[in-house]
Design a protein around this ligand. Sequence first.
Ligand SMILES: [Zn+2]
Length: 60
Amino acid sequence: MSKVAFACASLGFSCEWALRAGSSEELLDRVREHARCAHKLTDLSPELVQRVEAGIHPAS
Ligand SMILES: [Zn+2]
């Protein structure tokens, strides 16, 4: 499984947070946690999940 990366700013937040993960599932879990802690989003809407998925890119 190749690594993936994501930057919170790609959701439109003014936020420097970014991460790498071993899979898009793991990445999405961590994005959820970050969204809850940092942006007070108790859950990601389906649209936001789509935007996260669209913003995921391969990491070396
Ligand atoms: Zn953020």
